[in-house]
Write a protein of this length. Structure first.
Lengths: 192, 184
C-alpha cells in the first residue's frame, strides 16, 4: 500500500516539476548564448542551425521567425538601463549611437509581439527616416503623448517591448564583448 | 517516513526527464508555429505576399513593419526548387527556414552581388544526383541544401520610409519559385 501511494506521489510530483519547468523556460524565453549590451539582449545563435532546444521550443510556441545570421541580428529590450519595466504610461528617451549596420529598424510591440494601435499608425523608425543631430546622434521619445522630434507612441499600454534590428551588420555570433557594439541608452524621464 | 526523501529524489529525476523530453518535443507538436500559420495562407511552391502587419492583425508575432514580406512554402518531394528574386532598390534579404523554423541559410542583396538572386534549393540526396560536371561548369550557379524536405523561404524587401512600401512590394511581386521535375 505504501509503495502504491509512494509511486502515485512521485509520478504526480514528477509531472508537475517537469511540465512546470518546461512552461517556465519556454514562456520566459530562456536561451543560451545571449549577447547583452545595456538594456538590449540578442540571441544571434537563434538565427542559425546552432539554435538551442529552448529557443526552438519558444519559437515553435509563439510562431515567430528568427532573423537569420546572414541577414542581421535583433536586440530586445524589456526594461530601461536602470531596470525599470517599459511602461507605456511613462516617457522614455532612447539616445546615442548604434553599431555599424547598413540599415536598422526600431519597433515597439506589446509583450505578445503585436504592434500597439495609435492614431499616427507609427510603430517604429528606420535608420533612413530618423531625425538626427549634425554629429549623427539621435534621440527618440517614447510615450503616450505627442512630442516634437522623433516620437514613438506607446499607446499607454501596461508594458511594451522594443526590438532593435540591425541588418547587414558585423555584429553576430562572434561578437562577445560589448565594446564592438555601442547600443543606444534607454532612460525613463517620468511617468503619468 | 525515512522513505519520503527518496520518493522526492525520484520525482525530481523523473521530472527532469519529463522537462527535457517536452522541450525537445515542442517544435514537433506545435500547431501555431510559423509554418502552420502560413499553411492556411499560402499554396505550396508559390511565392505569396503577406499582408502588412497591423495592430489588430499580424501573420506572425514580432514582424518588422518596415519590410514587405513574401514567402514560398516549399516541398521538395517532387524535385528541386528554383528561386528567382529580383532585388529592390533598398535592402533585400532571403532567409531559408526548415519546417520547424530553424534559419539554416540567409543571403542579402550585397552578398548576392547582382540585381537578381537566382538559386537552386534541393535536398542533400537531390544534390548528390546533380551530375558533377554540371556542378562545376555552372560556377555561378548557387545551390543550397535544405536539411528538411519541407520549409519556408522568406523574402523581405525594406521600405526605408513608409512611402516607399509600394516600391518594396512591387519588387517582390516579380519573385518566383517553382519545382524543376527531376530528370528521368
Amino acid at each position: 500500500m505504501r509503495l502504491f501511494f509512494g509511486s502515485c506521489f512521485t509520478l504526480i510530483l514528477a509531472a508537475a516539476i517537469g511540465l512546470g519547468a518546461t512552461w517556465l523556460t519556454v514562456t520566459r524565453g530562456i536561451a543560451f548564448g545571449s549577447l547583452t549590451i545595456g538594456a538590449w539582449t540578442a540571441w544571434p545563435k537563434s538565427g542559425s542551425v546552432d539554435i538551442d532546444p529552448y529557443a526552438r521550443a519558444a519559437i515553435a510556441r509563439t510562431g515567430e521567425l528568427p532573423v537569420g545570421v546572414g541577414d542581421g541580428v535583433a536586440f530586445y529590450a524589456h526594461t530601461d538601463d536602470a531596470g525599470n519595466v517599459l511602461d507605456g504610461r511613462c516617457t522614455f528617451v532612447i539616445s546615442g549611437i548604434t553599431p555599424a549596420a547598413r540599415f536598422w529598424t526600431l519597433t515597439l510591440y506589446d509583450t505578445q509581439g503585436r504592434m500597439v494601435a495609435n492614431t499616427l499608425d507609427r510603430h517604429g523608425f528606420t535608420s533612413a527616416e530618423i531625425l538626427r543631430e549634425t554629429d549623427g546622434r539621435f534621440a527618440i521619445n517614447i510615450g503616450p503623448r505627442a512630442r516634437p522630434g522623433n516620437w514613438l507612441p506607446s499607446g499607454g499600454v501596461e508594458q511594451f517591448v522594443l526590438v532593435w534590428r540591425l541588418y547587414d551588420t558585423p555584429i553576430g555570433v562572434a561578437s562577445l564583448t560589448t565594446k564592438e557594439g555601442p547600443m543606444p541608452a534607454v532612460v525613463r524621464k517620468g511617468c503619468g | 517516513m525515512i522513505r519520503l526523501p527518496l520518493w522526492i529524489l525520484g520525482a525530481v529525476l523523473l521530472g527532469g526527464i519529463v522537462h527535457l523530453s517536452t522541450v525537445l518535443a515542442m517544435p514537433k507538436a506545435a500547431t501555431q508555429d510559423a509554418y502552420s500559420r502560413l499553411e492556411r495562407l499560402s499554396p505550396v511552391n508559390v511565392v505569396t505576399q503577406l499582408p502588412a502587419p497591423t495592430a489588430s492583425e499580424a501573420t506572425m508575432p514580432f514582424m518588422d513593419p518596415a519590410f514587405a514580406v513574401a514567402i514560398c512554402r516549399y516541398d521538395l518531394s517532387a524535385g528541386a526548387l528554383k528561386l528567382r528574386a529580383p532585388l529592390s532598390q533598398a535592402y533585400t534579404a532571403i532567409t531559408f527556414y526548415t519546417r520547424n523554423s530553424v534559419a539554416y541559410y540567409a543571403i542579402n542583396d550585397r552578398a548576392a552581388g547582382r540585381r537578381v538572386i537566382e538559386l537552386d534549393l534541393m535536398t542533400p540526396e537531390q544534390h548528390a544526383q546533380v551530375p558533377e560536371e554540371e556542378d562545376v561548369t555552372a560556377a555561378d550557379r548557387l545551390i543550397i541544401e535544405s536539411p528538411t524536405r519541407r520549409g519556408l523561404i522568406v523574402l523581405r524587401a525594406l521600405a526605408p520610409e513608409p512611402g516607399l512600401m509600394p516600391m518594396a512590394r512591387r519588387a517582390l511581386t516579380a519573385a518566383q519559385c517553382r519545382i524543376e521535375p527531376a530528370p528521368q
